[in-house]
Design a binder for this molecule. Structure first.
Ligand SMILES: *[C@@H]1O[C@H](CO)[C@@H](O)[C@H](O)[C@H]1NC(C)=O
Ligand SMILES: *[C@@H]1O[C@H](CO)[C@@H](O)[C@H](O)[C@H]1NC(C)=O
Ligand SMILES: *[C@@H]1O[C@H](CO)[C@@H](O)[C@H](O)[C@H]1NC(C)=O
Ligand SMILES: *[C@@H]1O[C@H](CO)[C@@H](O)[C@H](O)[C@H]1NC(C)=O
Length: 393
């Protein structure tokens, strides 16, 4: 009996240290346009704290009208790409990637791209040349979303798999020919049950990417007609399928390798304009989005650097939903459901407990990168790093 115990202890100690030494991805997305914000929230490539990210993704470039080549979103973006990739001089392990797509770009050019094998081959050749020329380490595709966003067609579900396969094979061939590390390939994936069933062939697409960034936010919004937190890890209603936990377990059950899944964590809150400021229960009636933030100027969203001011103000009501750590704050008729250090710790723990590949941060320009909240810079990104390295206190 005694011997058994000793062996068991040694075994679990070994398991624990294997777990501690596992490295997780922290994929830091940047919204390129935040370069156009005004001080003190103008975000420059040099504002990235490279010690807190394993990968940095510029969001985003676009496809040109032929759907077979890349183009910038704004003139001058290529100068910013160069400043971003220059960050690798101080942090050689850092990988800097270019995203193509986004909600604003829509589906039309992606549908053209996947409409023929030759278009996909042409794009692969063009994007390899472009990424190498600008010193990027890889590509992230953000097609929002195959099949469900017109003019995308049902055939695009399978063609999207073919696109990833074409790109991965071309990246491998180029790396061998030029004796260079292969370019990385990742894709965003909207994890809701309906979106998965409509848009993606799982687990097939996982074979052709290095990882998938699960965009586990904006899961609820004004279109549902009532207040609901947009990114709850666990369910806050009677419908279990609302939670990120359910969505991830479902994807894992489809035989997608766990270490190819990164949990997307928003550094922003989604706002609602309450019909009655005293009724802010889940499902409470609303009149559209809440007022835009004074610094971020985005309808329906507040950045963490704005939320921190609200929650430290005693005149406003804040709390957490039951069954999950998801926090909210109500200022006047504006309800904001957001993530903070506690809910982010809960999510990072979830990633470790479920042996996922890491997290993707949407987006680091919404953290308090300038210290406006009165504490350390990048408090949310620091929370992620401390939680991964077990230094929580
Ligand atoms: C693709 O686009 C890039 C960037 O705009 C450009 O430099 C390149 O010449 C284009 N390639 C082709 C084949 O048109
Ligand atoms: C995933 O599989 C497990 C084990 O078979 C099962 O208990 C669970 O209900 C499944 N979850 C989902 C969301 O499909
Ligand atoms: C919120 O709704 C009220 C009506 O209930 C309206 O007067 C107000 O302008 C709305 N605020 C915003 C920011 O839309
Ligand atoms: C708290 O909010 C109120 C109402 O908007 C505002 O007048 C006050 O200045 C805020 N207090 C602080 C410390 O920001």
């Amino acid at each position: 009996m005694m011997l058994f115990k000793v062996v068991f202890v040694a075994f679990t100690a070994c398991m624990a240290s294997a777990q501690e030494s596992k490295s997780y991805r922290t994929v830091c997305y940047i919204q390129g346009w935040t370069h156009w914000r005004e001080d003190p929230v103008k975000f420059e490539p040099e504002d990235v704290d490279t010690s807190l990210c394993t990968h940095v993704v510029w969001s985003s470039a676009e496809l040109d009208e032929t759907g077979t080549n890349v183009t910038v979103h704004d003139n001058g973006d290529e100068q910013l790409y160069q400043r971003l990739t220059a960050l690798k001089q101080d942090q050689p392990e850092l990988k800097v990637m270019l995203e193509i797509g986004g909600w604003g770009m829509g589906s039309e050019e992606f549908t053209k791209l996947v409409s023929s094998p030759s278009n996909m081959q042409t794009f692969a050749a063009n994007i390899i040349q472009y990424l190498r020329q600008l010193n990027f380490d890889g590509l992230v595709l953000d097609w929002e979303n195959p099949v469900t966003r017109p003019p995308s067609v049902p055939e695009d579900k399978h063609r999207f798999t073919q696109l990833l396969q074409t790109l991965m094979e071309a990246f491998e061939k180029e790396a061998t020919e030029n004796s260079k590390p292969r370019l990385l390939l990742a894709s965003t994936l909207k994890p809701s049950t309906w979106q998965i069933s409509q848009s993606y062939e799982l687990p097939d697409i996982a074979n052709y990417v290095d990882w998938l960034d699960l965009t586990a936010f904006d899961l609820h919004g004004t279109w549902e007609g009532g207040v609901e937190h947009h990114s709850p890890l666990y369910s806050v209603t009677f419908d279990d399928k609302d939670s990120i936990h359910y969505m991830i377990q479902r994807i894992i059950n489809m035989s997608v390798p766990r270490d190819k899944l990164d949990l997307g964590i928003p550094l922003y809150g989604v706002t609602f304009n309450l019909s009655d400021p005293t009724n802010y229960d889940t499902g409470a009636p609303i009149v559209g989005s809440g007022a835009a933030g004074e610094l971020s100027h985005q309808s329906g969203r507040l950045a963490w650097f704005e939320i921190c001011k609200l929650i430290s103000n005693d005149s406003f009501t804040s709390g957490r939903l039951s069954d999950t750590k998801a926090p909210f704050v109500v200022d006047g008729s504006r309800y904001t459901g957001y993530d903070d250090t506690q809910s982010i710790q809960e999510k990072v723990d979830y990633v470790m407990e479920n042996q996922l590949g890491g997290v993707s941060i949407f987006t680091i320009d919404m953290d308090d990168f300038n210290g406006l909240c009165g504490g350390e810079r990048n408090p949310l990104l620091h929370t992620v790093q401390r939680q991964f390295s077990g230094l929580v206190g």
